[in-house]
Design a protein around this ligand. Structure first.
Ligand SMILES: Nc1ncnc2c1ncn2[C@@H]1O[C@H](COP(=O)(O)OP(=O)(O)OP(=O)(O)O)[C@@H](O)[C@H]1O
Ligand SMILES: [Mg+2]
Length: 305
């Protein structure tokens, strides 16, 4: 029997003039990484905000550990085991790593004073579990982006999170730190004590980190796929709503004709996260255009990044 920790069923959420989520369902099994995929405005953040008590759904049901529940606010969701790391990290620069981990629940000694030693020891314990080294006394302002991210993860783990929600965790990381983070996420779920809901625009990451992927489009639930049973092209089709093969015309060409010239550029709309296809030869091929919904997900032939 599959052990679902969380089931969100037919969740609807609207804002004035916008139906952000229309009967969206998602479930999370014990010890898995579920990726949430969709274009800008698809409803990913709204869904995780409902999942972590920031928004109340207009309709739909949430089941946690087999029991119907409501998350009244983020503190309530955290108490019930759901922790979220937002894309905009919420640390306090002038406090230490340990203080950031235990903020709002600093340990006190019998005289009622903050027990710094206990806090440092507990921080080290979490860092050891994560297989990393960060000085608990280091000021957050002295840590680099990847280390700050790790402190946020440590905070979630120390709260005994059962589900960790990560919204674009690698957006500000370089290749090496991204690889380390993906490895850490896999290690964290391997003990089956933690599940992760992972949002990323970088499709290739999902094939490293996710077990399943849930695709949303325009606030609608599209599909859920086992990552081992899908590929990037198929996922793009689900995201944009068309088969990407249809973006190319069937005009014939002769050997030697340049039909496609491709290059990279960073798209300001996607905050530099995606690659854009440029410079398609206008004589022989269709110009799908830089603003075409599919363009930013395509990779020039022969590239691996
Ligand atoms: N607080 C809000 N008030 C009004 N509309 C909102 C609010 N939050 C989200 N929306 C709208 O709901 C829709 C879904 O937005 P959401 O932020 O969930 O998308 P997303 O998939 O997270 O997109 P992105 O990839 O850009 O982060 C969008 O049309 C958005 O403009
Ligand atoms: Mg979002």
């Amino acid at each position: 029997m599959t052990e679902y920790i969380l089931k969100m069923d037919q969740i609807t959420k609207s804002f004035p003039g916008v139906l952000a989520l229309n009967k969206v369902s998602i479930d999370v099994k014990k010890g898995e990484v579920v990726a949430l995929l969709g274009e800008n405005g698809a409803g990913k953040s709204t869904l995780i905000k409902v999942m972590t008590g920031i928004y109340q759904p207009d309709n739909g049901e949430i089941e946690l550990f087999g029991e119907k529940t409501k998350f009244h606010n983020p503190a309530d969701a955290l108490k019930k085991g759901l922790s979220v790391i937002h894309q905009e990290l919420t640390y306090l620069n002038d406090l230490s790593a340990a203080e950031n981990i235990f903020i709002g629940r600093l340990p006190h000694n019998k005289f009622g004073w903050v027990d710094w030693k206990d806090m440092a020891e507990k921080s080290n314990e979490v860092f050891r579990r994560m297989n990393i080294f960060i000085d608990p006394g280091a000021l957050m302002s002295s840590l680099n982006t990847a280390e700050k991210q790790l402190v946020e993860i440590a905070k979630a783990i120390s709260c005994d999170a059962k589900i960790l929600v990560m919204d674009e965790p690698t957006a500000a990381l370089g290749t090496e730190d991204t690889e380390k983070l993906l490895k850490l996420v896999r290690e964290m779920v391997s003990g089956k004590e933690l599940s992760v809901v992972y949002i990323s625009h970088r499709l290739n990451e999902l094939f490293t980190v996710a077990d399943r992927v849930v695709v949303l489009r325009d606030g609608q639930y599209i599909t859920t796929k086992n990552i081992s049973e899908t590929n990037e092209q198929e996922l793009i089709s689900f995201m944009v709503g068309r088969d990407i093969k249809h973006f190319y015309s069937k005009t014939s060409s002769h050997a030697g004709d340049v039909v496609l010239e491709a290059g990279y550029a960073l798209d300001s709309h996607t905050k530099g996260k995606a690659v854009v296809l440029l410079g398609i030869d206008a004589h022989k091929a269709v110009d799908i255009g830089i603003n075409h919904p599919a363009a930013k997900y395509l990779k020039p032939p022969g590239t691996t990044t």
